[in-house]
Write a protein that binds this ligand. Structure first.
Ligand code: PGA
Length: 249
């Protein structure tokens, strides 16, 4: 199981140090669960210093697809590696919505991330109108196939996929266990098709969208749910730790 906190555009440097320290101090054994934390860029270095040696892994929330150069305001894969990142979230729906990211840019970013030995957490998920129209499976299938096109994955630990229905992100509304199980089963079949059964069957598929201490256990019990990508609840040490506990087996 894998639980990753996505802090989004929250917490200044002092607050980032405080939250990561509080979580690290109480995380307990990490033998049955992997944990990641994705602060904003400016806090990566400081949070890495806190996490170093704890077993909790650092991740970024985005990166640029080019190696380097004249891309004002952007951050490269090698820069993320240099500050200790293991993961990078790619194609989050907020970036698809507000920063114009497409499956094509996500695929370029994921390939570049792999070149630099970062583990991409590739996000997919349908909107409410798409769910209501019954096209959610087709929408997510297209996102998975195109976002992962050309991505090299020879071992299941090199890639993570997060299913995050847009209508459940930050809304307090969660997909039902059945909806989650159905979509995760579909994504599992796609991953096995793309990377072969041996690799595809082991790639972690996270659920994201209003995961909280009260619903984490039931969601994590669903077939093909290998953990969660946690937004709001990752900003409170107590809630995040309780979700990590729910993922322990
Ligand atoms: P949420 O966000 O847990 O606040 O719904 C999840 C995400 O966007 O990764």
């Amino acid at each position: 199981m894998l639980v990753v906190g996505n802090w989004k555009m929250n917490l200044d440097l002092a607050a980032a140090r405080q939250l990561s320290s509080a979580i690290a101090a109480s995380i307990g054994p990490l033998d049955t669960v992997d944990v990641g934390m994705c602060p904003p860029f400016v806090a990566l270095d400081a949070v890495f210093a806190v996490l170093h040696g704890t077993g909790i892994r650092l991740g970024a929330q985005n990166m640029h697809e080019e190696e380097g150069g004249a891309y004002t305001g952007e951050v490269s894969a090698s820069m993320l590696r240099a500050v200790g990142c293991h993961y990078v979230i790619l194609g989050h729906s907020e970036r698809r919505q507000y920063a114009g990211e497409t499956d094509q840019t996500v695929s370029k970013k994921a390939r570049k991330a792999r070149e630099h030995n970062l583990v991409p957490i590739v996000c997919v998920g349908e909107s409410l109108p798409q769910r209501e129209a019954g096209t959610h499976q087709a929408v997510v299938e297209k996102q998975v196939m195109e976002s992962l096109s050309g991505v090299d994955c020879t071992h299941a630990s090199e890639l993570v996929v997060a299913y995050e229905p847009v209508w459940a992100i930050g809304t307090g509304e969660t997909a039902s266990p059945q909806q989650v199980a159905d979509m995760h089963g579909h994504i599992r079949r796609l991953l096995e098709h793309l990377f072969g059964r041996a690799v595809g069957s082991g790639i972690p598929i996270l659920y994201g969208g209003s995961v909280k201490p009260s619903n984490a256990q039931e969601l994590f019990n669903q077939p093909n749910v290998d953990g969660g990508l946690i937004g709001g609840a990752s900003l409170r040490a107590e809630d995040f730790l309780s979700i990590v506990n729910a993922a322990r087996r």
